[in-house]
Design a protein. Structure first.
Length: 159
């Protein structure tokens, strides 16, 4: 069966995962949960996103704000990345740091996207937009989130 590889360009937010988790309170709990689910780890193929997604989606997360914060603090502190040995064995590691010290990228406004369908395809494909596209994003919704940075995000996914 074939797969799809997608590359998307966004304007969004960048924040240390630790800074976001430590800000969780009763007032912003739902919004931060949404940010965690919409975001992904800034990672140049170190398998941090696979571990991040496993923590968020493999087990039922606590619904209580304090328990949720404590659970994620623990999980993101003791988990990092993994690497595969030559025989395909997955080996957990924190050699390159834990998730708590990684940046979370949160797409806010999509600028471009291109997809590539097929099996193991080689070659080039792309897309474009006029150079005068609107770079404005409304950040009012996220005004209470501290220590965030507005960034250009390039997201590549395969599945």
């Amino acid at each position: 069966m074939g797969k799809c590889e997608t590359v998307s360009a966004y304007i969004g937010m960048k924040i240390l995962l630790s800074d976001l988790i430590l800000q969780i309170n009763e007032n912003n709990f739902i919004m931060i949960k949404e940010l965690l689910h919409n975001g992904f780890i800034e990672d140049k193929n170190g398998y941090f996103n696979e571990v991040y997604e496993e923590i968020l989606y493999e087990n039922k997360l606590p619904e209580n704000v304090l328990e949720f914060k404590e659970h994620l603090t623990h999980e993101f502190t003791v988990n990092g990345s993994y690497h595969k040995s030559k025989d395909g064995v997955v080996i957990p590691t924190t050699d390159h740091g834990c998730l708590f010290d990684k940046y979370l990228l949160i797409p806010v406004k999509q600028l471009l996207e291109t997809e590539r369908w097929g099996y193991d395809r080689y070659g080039t494909n792309g897309t474009s937009t006029p150079i005068d596209f609107d770079l404005f994003i409304n950040m009012e919704k996220y005004k209470e989130i501290e220590k965030k940075e507005i960034v250009f995000i390039l997201k590549q996914s395969s599945g």
